[in-house]
Design a protein around this ligand. Structure first.
Ligand code: 5GP
Ligand code: ZN
Length: 149
């Protein structure tokens, strides 16, 4: 799988290389999954592509697809092993979203009906034509750029 070289100062690259120990639960050719050392709830797993890409938006589609393909099996295992009532799959992207390790990764967080986790987050409302405007802006960004080949 193509991708960036390992980043020597990156915590998760060090874990991928085995320079820092981790409690690994699954390893594939392109990704590893291990226990988060400070779990939101016990059994909290991180899924980390082996190649260094700081953020989700930089991941090659094939690598993102690979991680997506192993998520259901990992989530079933986390839920069965913890007896969780449910789970959250979350990616924090950028410091504004709470990302602290700049090596893109997925969180699988087991959840319990009576756990103290503050979730869900608050919701807001669109006013006037804001909803249509937002749809237009995102759709426009998704259109192929005529300058790209
Ligand atoms: P982020 O905040 O970037 O989305 O997630 C980074 C996660 O990495 C945090 O949940 C944090 O607890 C976890 N973490 C930080 N340092 C280590 C470590 O040395 N080992 C493991 N297993 N997890 C870590
Ligand atoms: Zn890295």
């Amino acid at each position: 799988m193509s991708g960036n070289a390992h980043e020597p100062s990156c915590l998760f690259c060090k874990i991928v290389r085995g320079d820092i120990p981790s409690s690994k639960v699954l390893e594939t050719e392109d990704a590893i999954a291990f226990l988060d050392i400070h779990p939101v709830n016990k059994g909290h797993v991180l899924v980390v592509p082996k190649h260094h890409h700081p953020h989700l938006v930089e991941l090659p589609e094939a690598l993102a697809a690979h991680v997506g393909s192993i998520l259901p099996r990992l989530c079933r295992a986390v839920q069965a092993a913890t007896g969780a009532d449910g789970f959250n799959v979350i990616i924090n992207n950028g410091t504004a979203a709470g990302q602290t390790v700049d090596h893109g990764h997925w969180h699988i967080i087991p959840r319990f009906h009576d756990d103290p986790v503050e979730w869900p987050w608050p919701h807001s409302e669109y006013v006037g034509d804001e909803l249509g405007q937002m749809r237009f802006r995102i759709e426009r960004e998704l259109r192929p750029n005529p300058n790209d080949d």
